[in-house]
Every structure is written in structure tokens, then in C-alpha cells.
Design a protein around this ligand. Sequence first.
Ligand SMILES: Nc1ncnc2c1ncn2[C@@H]1O[C@H](COP(=O)(O)OP(=O)(O)OP(=O)(O)O)[C@@H](O)[C@H]1O
Ligand SMILES: [Mg+2]
Length: 286
Amino acid sequence: MFIGTEQLTHTYMPGTPFATEALHNISFGFRRGEFALIIGPSGSGKSTLIQHLNGLLRPTSGRVLFEGKSVGSDKHELLRLRRRIGLVFQMPEEQFFSETVFDEIAFAPRNQGLQEEEVEKRVMEALEKTGLQASELKNRHPFQLSAGQKRLVAIAAVLSLKPEVLILDEPTAALDTTCRKNLFNLLTGLNQKEGLTVVISTHHLDEAAALANRVLVLQQGKLVMSGLAADVFGKREELYELGLALPPVTEIMHGLADKGLPVKTAVYTLQEARREIRALKRRYKS
Ligand SMILES: Nc1ncnc2c1ncn2[C@@H]1O[C@H](COP(=O)(O)OP(=O)(O)OP(=O)(O)O)[C@@H](O)[C@H]1O
Ligand SMILES: [Mg+2]
């Protein structure tokens, strides 16, 4: 296991009348290089789980594991951990605080004590990776950007630390279809070309299902399903009962299979569906 948890339980405000158990006895492990999804209805504990993975929240009981070792509470160790495991919050642009895009992305490497020359290199590289035009944007105020650009700046601000794991809490929330596609393409590239382990929580199964190797499903703080994407997405009825719909294209393939047609149901993109249906047509013609 590269990153995961063992019997992780988290209670907010323990010992008070407001105590809320947000996570209960969660155990899972992701391998290095995987693209993992955390899905579940609103309030199921996705953000709480994500914030444990880079040590921002501490378990009430149980452990968070990174490279087989328990994540402890030592301040220096946690700082080192957060350089290796980058976290992009839900609606990260709400937390921008710098005057320029450059300074926003430079904040973490500067904080790490890197020389200004190295900081500049990191900022430029991070901007380039996200596909943002450095010359056009680096001196702009972050609030003057479009929603999609702001989200990319927030991702660049984490990439500037050169993390090995990139965790994003609902990275496509409040973005339109084009921005969502663009962002998922970026994450796929970071995963496949740069070798980053990517973990995201999302409501947009449409685009995300096709990218994931591994999936966790949370409901009311409990891990109700977990495993390889093909296995989890194969359990359509169970997902449906949890209020989680499969991508429409997958539903159509299931509908065809239910009618007795020999089609693959683990189909998440229109392209794949087209291929399957063409193969089916050929089969019935001959
Ligand atoms: N800071 C907090 N203090 C107290 N309770 C909290 C806090 N943050 C979250 N909770 C509670 O913990 C539970 C899980 O919340 P969490 O934000 O992790 O869910 P989520 O799956 O990320 O939801 P969403 O999809 O709406 O973002 C909820 O019952 C929520 O009310
Ligand atoms: Mg959340």
C-alpha cells in the first residue's frame, strides 16, 4: 500500500453535545500511480477523509498510512508529508490571498525556503503543466480570472511543491462541461505522463468513471464499497440504492445487456459505447 487508512474513525467536536462521527472504521489502500475516486452523497465524509490523507485532520482513532508508515503528529514530519502529498481544497479559489497569480503559486515554495530563482522556475513549470499562459496571467490578480483559470491556478499552487500524490476535493465543482473536460485531461496527463498518484472526490461520475483504477464509496461516514473501478461500477443496483447514478452511457449499455444483447457494460465513454455498438451491429449483420 502506498497511501491509505486503517480503521480510521473521525469525530468532530468529540465530548461535546455537537459531537459528529464523520468517519467510522475506514480501511483502504491505494497503490502508487493509481487514479482513485472517492464518491458518496453530500455529507458522507469525503472531505473529512481527504483531509486526513495529508495529515490536516488527525484521526480520533485508527491510522493514516503513507509508504507503510503511520502518519504521526510531529510538526516537521507533517510539513515534509504535505510537500509529498498535495491537497487542493473544495472551491480552492475562495482561499486565494495573494495580489498576483505568480505570488499565489510561489507561496508554498517560498514558504519552503527555496531561493527566488528556484521559486520562479517552480511557478513557471507549474503554470506550464496546467496549460495556463504564464506571460499573460502571472501578473494578473487571481480574482480577475475565469472560474476555470482560477481552479487551474489553485492546482498550480500545489504542483509548485512537486508532490508525488495529488489529492483534489471535488475539483470540477461549479465548472462548465468544457472546463471539466479540460481539468480531467490535465489530471489524466499528470497521472499517466508525470506518474502522480491522483485521488479525487467527485459527483461527476460521467467524466471521472473512465479515468479511475480504484473507487471508494462512502455513505454516512462508512466505507460501503471499495475496489477496482470495474468491480465497483459493475454493482449498478447497489450504487443506485446509494443514490449514485452511473454515467448515462453506462446505463444504456446495462439496458442493452438486460435485453440479452452481448455487450460489455463497463463502458464509460461515448467513444467506447460507439465501438461496442458497432461490433454488435457487425455481429448481427453476419
Ligand atoms: N468542521 C466541522 N465540524 C463539525 N462537523 C463537521 C465539520 N465538517 C464536516 N462535518 C460533518 O461531518 C460529516 C461529513 O462531512 P464532509 O464535509 O466530510 O462530507 P462530504 O462528503 O465532503 O460532503 P459534500 O459532498 O457536501 O462536500 C457531515 O455530517 C458534516 O456535517
Ligand atoms: Mg466535501
